[in-house]
Ligand binder design. Structure first.
Ligand code: NAD
Length: 497
């Protein structure tokens, strides 16, 4: 197989651009190809194409025809699912089991879901005065009332800035509703994971999406393609998924144009495990919530609080199961954990584990790089599943997002303390509650300062529900009708009758 060379996609055509950056496969640490690098001029071209497309054939499609195209995109990804899986694994190193059962199927589902939702979702209308009571039209002219109804219109050009952890899944989570609402998009995938956004461009051409509706520019964030999108005056709305600090910067850069923004940011999520839980289910669920995607999911539990009577037993079981997770070759169907995304991220995670030790933490398992003998994977960015205990709540490891396969585990004595500990965070994305007491589950869920609570589960998703976080975890909600609301301008029409 030849070297991968990824290009921009602007106005329905692939464009090489004038310079490239190197792509590294995190499972081998080796260069496997190159990707075109966009600066402000290319971003301007892409935004121009997106703006022009807003008034072209795309705007003239009926809602049904537009949504048929999105269903065709879903089918197009499905037909080429193996290529998408391969591209995602090369870019991220995530295990085959995850890429083929989660990432790519969710990419497909995002298009189907939003196409169906937009087809059936209506808008509000309000009748007032005698018109509302049904007395109209017999009532005397001029005093009968009014009818208000809402029109849903596209926002315009949407800038979609994506992270590397779930590249196709999170990108299509934005692109699908944006297109369903009639917008056009300029997407900037993460510089670590540009491949599936480009493959999707191929699918867009195959299904006949009008040129300029879906554009992709590659590059970095600051002083590069990302910043150029954020600052571009013709980008009407920005949807961003990534680190909280990046969100701060993007919000400041977008301020002069008062762009509409939606931010899905970092997390430092708590799992609360009560003594009355189904022990096995809670251990298995917590293993999933801590170690999925090598801990690189914004929803991962990084703080596990366990009620004191079962603390020792739970901590031991968690460390034992974590140690048994198979780390290694992403292509092996039995692999549970691939590498971290990059050498830089591995060094950051290892540094935070060292800091946890220096702060007095007790490492129950892991805590180091995972080495694999042999040619192919010895240079990969693998680390061990790690569980730490014994740190004060003020320790950096307990307060800051690690975004690696690790958690801190600590005991609590009662429900109030558990909720207080969970809420003692600058973040507020999600929490998991493990209990068999229904009343306690509802009480805890109500008391937690987060956007999403899972009871006796984790990351069980229904795409109709609001998704997003509080505090440093985000601004706004997407999902279901919340996405339709972000990706459209609602216009009220008031007719006096
Ligand atoms: P990141 O913030 O470093 O980068 C995300 C994207 O923003 C990349 O495409 C990057 O090039 C771009 N970018 C960086 N600086 C920019 C700037 N100044 N202007 C414009 N674009 C810029 O995040 P990451 O490391 O790719 O992703 C990991 C982070 O994402 C974690 O903090 C994780 O919690 C968060 N995340 C959150 C959610 C959620 O739904 N809340 C989901 C996934 C990931």
């Amino acid at each position: 197989m030849g070297r991968t060379r990824i290009q921009h996609f602007i106005d329905g055509r692939f464009e090489p651009g004038s310079s490239d950056f190197t792509l590294i496969n995190p499972a081998s640490g080796r260069d496997y190809g190159s990707c075109a690098l966009a600066g402000p001029a290319l971003v301007d071209e892409a935004v121009g194409a997106a703006r022009k497309a807003l008034s072209g054939p795309w705007a003239r499609l009926s809602l049904d025809d537009r949504l048929d195209l999105l269903e065709a995109v879903a089918l197009g990804i499905e037909r080429r699912a193996k290529e998408f899986v391969r591209a995602e694994i090369l870019d991220t190193g995530k295990p085959l089991s995850a890429a083929s059962a989660i990432d790519i199927p969710r990419g497909i589902q995002n298009f189907r879901f939003f196409a169906r939702l937009a087809r059936t979702h209506g808008t509000d209308s309000f009748a007032t005065g005698s018109f509302a009571t049904g007395a109209f039209p017999g009532a005397s002219a001029g005093s009968s009332g009014s009818l208000n109804y809402t029109l849903r219109e596209p926002v315009g050009v949407v800038g979609v800035i994506c992270p590397w952890n779930l590249p196709l899944l999170l990108m299509t989570w934005k692109v699908a509703p944006a297109l369903a609402c009639g917008n056009t998009v300029v997407v900037k995938p993460s510089e670590e994971t540009p491949a599936t956004a480009s493959l999707l461009a191929d699918v867009m051409n195959e299904v006949g999406l009008p040129a300029g509706v879906y554009n992709v520019v590659h590059g970095y964030g600051p002083d590069s393609a990302g910043e150029a999108i954020v600052r571009h005056p013709d980008v009407d709305a920005l949807t961003f998924t990534g680190e909280s600090r990046t969100g701060e910067r993007i919000l400041a850069d977008a301020a002069p144009h008062l762009k509409s923004t939606s931010f899905e940011l970092g997390g430092k999520n708590a799992a609360l495990v009560f003594a009355d839980c189904d022990f096995e289910r809670a251990v298995e669920g917590t293993i999933r919530s801590v170690f999925s995607n090598c801990g690189q999911v914004c929803l991962c539990s990084e703080r596990v609080y366990v009620e004191r009577p079962i603390f020792e037993r739970f901590a031991e079981a968690l460390a034992q199961r974590a140690t048994a997770l198979r780390v290694g070759d992403p292509w092996d169907p039995n692999t549970a954990m691939g590498p971290l995304i990059s050498a830089q991220h591995r060094d950051k995670v290892l540094g935070m584990w060292q800091q946890a030790r220096d702060d007095g933490g007790d490492v129950l398992c892991g805590g180091a790089a995972h080495t694999i003998a042999g040619d192919e994977l010895s240079g990969g960015y693998f680390v061990q599943p790690t569980v730490v205990t014994g740190l004060p709540e003020t320790a950096a490891f307990v307060r800051n997002e690690v975004f690696g396969p690790s958690c801190h585990i600590a005991p609590f004595d009662d429900e109030d303390e558990a909720v207080r500990l969970a809420n003692d965070s600058d973040y507020g994305l999600c929490a998991a509650v493990w209990t068999s007491d229904l009343n306690r589950a509802h009480r805890a869920a109500a008391g937690l300062h987060v956007g999403m609570v899972w009871v006796n589960s984790w990351m069980l998703r229904d795409l109709r529900t609001p998704f997003g976080g509080r505090g440093r975890s985000g601004v706004g909600r997407e999902g279901g009708v919340h996405s339709l609301d972000f990706y459209s301008e609602l216009k009220n029409v008031c007719v006096a009758l």
